[in-house]
Design a protein around this ligand. Structure first.
Ligand code: ZN
Length: 425
């Protein structure tokens, strides 16, 4: 008997959730007929059959020609179609919101980022304007690839702010005005007719490592975002640890100096105040006479044209540009730049030593701006950790750069959908 519960309206959230549930079930079984799927899911067989036909037309499952008898009794009944999951058909939508752009792409089964489109947020960064931009950009990307949202597992969104994964609400995004308790996930799910998952940009990076990077071997790892803000994601016991309010990983605000510098968060001596690239640029610009100015060995027109009094007057994009220029100067052999990068690595290592002691991960993966600092930075970090961390856990903890390149967070956003299918949720 077909019950009402079996028949959520086409495209509704309940329909999409049921579609994913059946797909997940088939992935676990690898191969099953509609009778078995109906039995396992508690749904009626005609409804299951309808869902499977739709999944087949979207390339996510394939109908097996014949039951070859290895289905553990799952395909015995005549007339009950046998399906198998088709990993190669997996595609997920990926959206990455940054402080000044929206990037959209489709992630295929091999982790390739295809149909990538990027647009500036412009001057209006309030939620409604960004929602419209995401919807338009996603449609632009899908049109370019000749796809519809129905062919996607769903859409993952990475956000630079405090986000509740379970409700899809963005609680706070420091560089996006008006983003306070914004129901990004539910609103976009409704507008796009697709399942939508939302998480912060640091968490999604760990999922990218899990599915396509250095976490594929199933080891426990911590990924650490370097740059102006520092954060981490913990992939432990086969799953991403988010914590009860989904905010785990704010290690930039781990206090490492009792009377240290004032931090953005209102506290003092946070790790971020000495191990971010903001510190690096600030330190480079503190002249011996106490003034704040660009040193002679750095040439950054965007910086020198302005009359900055302190690091806090500088646009974040210019701070990042200055940090990358310091890294280049170190690569070119400028002694002051080398000294700064090494000091930066020493401080970065303090936080990683704490992580190694606390969590005993097999691997700590660094991503973000500091990758540009190269081996000189990485070796200094490793030495700093080796000197500070407890020897036994540290000995087995590898400290490496992410191999996934600049698109790692965008790839990770798409991995939210893949994790809904493969993860331990
Ligand atoms: Zn802080």
């Amino acid at each position: 008997m077909v019950t009402l519960q079996d028949r959520p309206s086409l495209g509704s959230e309940a329909y999409l959730a049921t579609r994913l549930r059946l797909l997940r079930l088939l992935r676990e079984l690898n191969r099953a007929n509609t009778t078995a799927l109906a039995g396992r899911s508690g749904m009626s067989e005609p409804v299951v059959a309808k869902f499977m036909r739709e999944l087949e037309s979207n390339g996510l499952v394939e109908r097996s020609a014949l039951d070859d008898g290895d289905g553990a009794g799952l395909a015995e009944r005549a007339g009950s179609a046998v399906y198998h999951f088709r990993p190669a058909g997996m595609k997920s939508g990926a959206v990455l919101i940054s402080v000044d752009t929206v990037q959209v792409a489709v992630i295929d089964a091999d982790g390739a980022v295809v149909g990538r489109v990027e647009h500036s947020l412009g001057t209006d960064k309030r939620p409604a304007a960004v929602f419209d931009l995401i919807v338009d950009t996603l449609h632009e990307s899908l049109a370019e690839l000749g796809l519809s949202t129905r062919e996607l597992l769903g859409i993952g969104i990475g956000v630079p702010g405090l986000t509740s994964f379970h409700s899809g609400v963005v609680h706070f995004a420091p560089h996006l005005p008006g983003w306070s308790d914004v129901p990004l996930g539910p609103r976009l799910s409704e507008r796009l007719g697709a399942l939508v998952w939302v998480d912060n940009d640091s968490h999604v990076q760990a999922l990218a490592e899990r599915y396509f990077g250095l976490g594929q071997d199933g080891g426990e790892f911590v990924s650490v975002q370097s740059g102006m803000g520092l954060s981490a994601a913990f992939y432990l016991d086969g799953t991403l640890y988010r914590g009860p309010r989904d905010t785990a990983g704010e290690i930039g605000h781990m206090i490492v100096q009792e009377d240290g510098r004032l931090c953005d968060c209102g506290s003092w001596g946070c790790w971020e105040t000495i191990a971010s690239v903001t510190w690096l640029v600030d330190e480079a610009c503190r002249a011996e006479d106490g003034s704040f100015r660009l040193p002679d060995w750095l040439d950054i027109p965007e910086f020198s044209d302005q009359d900055y009094q302190s690091i806090w007057d500088i646009d974040p994009a210019v701070v990042r540009l200055a940090a990358h220029t310091i890294f280049q100067a170190a690569h070119q052999g400028w002694p002051r730049a080398i000294a700064l990068v090494k000091q930066h690595g020493q401080y970065f290592g303090i936080g990683l030593a704490n992580l190694a002691n606390m969590l005993n991960p097999q691997r700590i993966i660094i991503w973000g701006d500091d990758i540009e600092a190269g081996q000189m930075f990485l070796e200094t970090v490793r030495n700093s950790v080796a000197r500070r961390a407890i020897k036994h856990p540290c000995k087995t903890c590898e400290i490496v750069f992410s191999p996934l390149g600049h698109d790692v967070a965008l790839l990770g956003a798409g991995c939210l959908a893949i994790d809904a299918l493969y993860g331990a949720n």
